[in-house]
Design a protein around this ligand. Structure first.
Ligand code: HEM
Length: 466
């Protein structure tokens, strides 16, 4: 690819410097104690496919868009979701689109399609707006007090509230929502060491070590709370609404015409809560951190938002016209993809990119690596929101924060609207200033997140419409 000259004002946000190739026991020791992102050598950012050494199970990192398409689209029947992710998620989300394969997945995907449609996203916007307004009132108080906020915790609360309202048409705090998300966070923490162990020691057979007992207790509690919420909803105690729960209740099996039963409803709602919360929170955390380092981008967002809304409240029709703001969110998703690793498993021996892939091999497609690949992007480590407006960048297929192919994220449209609206809605009123930005570093823990808290102070802009 022809490299463009580097624009001197481009910003390079924090990321580990690629390391020297690590092999054998050294890699094994480090794997347990350090951030996986620290272990990616420079060569991986240059190759289309590479075997990862020192993992007992054969494991390949697939870095080229062509090969990713083969795994995720053309040969997807030979590469179903790996049991590492399925076994981690299934206790909480049951048999839902995130965990099923084959005809069950086909039928489920068809049944939940109306919940991810354009109409559904439009209906959800009212909840995005309501949650944003409540959050702005809360930030007013924070700004007046002069206290700092923890960016990630605040984004976690905001995005949890948005997805909860989008499902049940009710604020998270008025029901048992906050508890569900707290437990889900604990579940991820408790299971993360199990995931590492499974990846590192696993063979092509299922692992023999059970999930930690604590994870089982958390799973039981999450499912109990969600079942109660579904029961109350179906007993019509929340009234009639146009929301995700109603769309799931209206869904019918393509052949039998039957609706989801109670357990299946809980499965899909748990999926939306898990998949639609920390992902969006992670993306917004990184986007606001970047804005805190680049006040000129915040000014640009404000100008654009004021122009598009003519100073009025931001509504759904405005969001698609916020081109620069959306590009900030897209570029944050490129440099900090919330799902940094997508995994699949080879169910049969096959050839991929000239390499023989044995049955049982783990295939990892990493948006983190592909999005920073030296062959596909101009100045890949730099934050350049305008790259999406040029035709030299990005290389087709090299942008995959929501995955690729039939299993692409069902919440991508909602996430894009939510992310763009939050960047515009919050930047319009507040300037975020990160304390100790030099200490900010990314790490992978299911989703990509800052290694330590990003504390921010807020300055309020002059009063204006919401
Ligand atoms: C910025 C936010 C988000 C990001 C970066 C993201 C990313 C992803 C990725 C990479 C996948 C594919 C995983 C794979 O192929 O193994 C996925 C799947 C999925 N996502 Fe998202 N997601 C986001 C938000 C959401 C939201 C808001 C929802 C729901 C409201 C959602 C629901 C799902 C579901 C149900 C799947 C499974 C799809 C299937 O396998 O058929 N996601 N997401």
């Amino acid at each position: 690819m022809q490299q463009r000259t580097l624009d001197p004002i481009l910003y390079r946000p924090p990321a580990p410097i690629p390391c020297k190739p690590l092999r054998g026991l050294r890699l094994l020791r480090i794997f347990w104690s350090r951030n996986v992102l620290d272990l990616i050598p420079e060569e991986l950012f240059n190759t289309p496919i590479q075997r990862i050494p020192a993992i007992r199970r054969p494991c390949y990192l697939v870095n080229s868009p062509d090969l990713a398409n083969q795994v995720l689209i053309e040969m997807r029947m030979s590469f179903p979701k790996s049991y590492v992710m399925v076994d981690t998620l299934m206790p909480v989300v049951g048999e839902s689109t995130m965990t099923t394969s084959g005809s069950t997945w086909d039928e489920q995907r068809e049944m939940i399609a109306p919940a991810s449609s354009h109409v559904s996203v439009r209906a959800a916007y009212a909840h995005v707006e309501a949650a944003c307004n409540e959050f702005l009132s809360y930030l007013d108080g924070v700004a007046e007090s002069g206290k700092s906020i923890c960016l990630r915790d605040e984004m976690d609360q905001l995005t949890a509230d948005i997805i909860f309202r989008s499902i049940f048409s009710h604020p998270m705090d008025n029901l048992r929502g906050r508890r569900v998300f707290e437990l889900a966070r604990q579940y991820q923490t408790v299971t993360s060491s199990w995931v590492r162990k499974t990846v590192l020691r696993g063979t092509s057979d299922k692992p023999k070590w059970p999930m930690p007992k604590e994870a089982q207790l958390l799973r039981d509690e999450i499912r109990r709370l969600l079942s109660e919420l579904v029961d109350e909803y179906t007993a019509d105690r929340f009234g009639q609404h146009d929301d995700l729960c109603q769309r799931l209740l209206d869904a019918r099996h393509p052949q039998s015409g039957l609706p989801f039963n109670r357990g299946q409803l809980v499965d899909h709602i748990a999926t939306f809560c898990l998949a639609g919360h920390q992902t969006t929170s992670s993306a917004l955390t990184w986007a606001f951190f970047i804005l805190s380092q680049r006040p000129d981008y915040t000014e640009h967002i404000r100008r654009e938002t004021d122009e598009v809304t003519s100073g009025e409240n931001l509504d759904y029709t405005h969001v698609s016209r916020l081109v620069f703001t959306r590009n900030i969110f897209r570029e944050a998703l490129r440099l900090y993809p919330p799902i940094a690793f997508i995994s699949r498993m080879a169910t049969e021996e096959t050839m991929l990119g000239g390499q023989k892939i044995p049955r049982g091999a783990l295939i990892i497609i990493s948006p983190w690596v592909v999005h920073r690949h030296r062959a596909y992007w101009n100045h890949p480590d730099y934050f350049d929101p305008d790259r999406f407006e040029r035709d030299d960048d990005p290389m087709p297929g090299a942008y995959m924060p929501f995955g690729v192919g039939p299993r692409v994220c069902t919440g991508a449209s909602l996430a894009m609207v939510e992310g763009t609206a939050m960047l515009a809605g919050l930047s319009r009123h507040f300037t975020f200033k990160a304390e100790a930005p030099e200490k900010v570093f990314p790490e992978v823990a299911i989703t990509l997140r800052p290694q330590s808290e990003i504390m921010c102070t807020l300055t309020k802009r002059d009063h204006m419409a919401r």
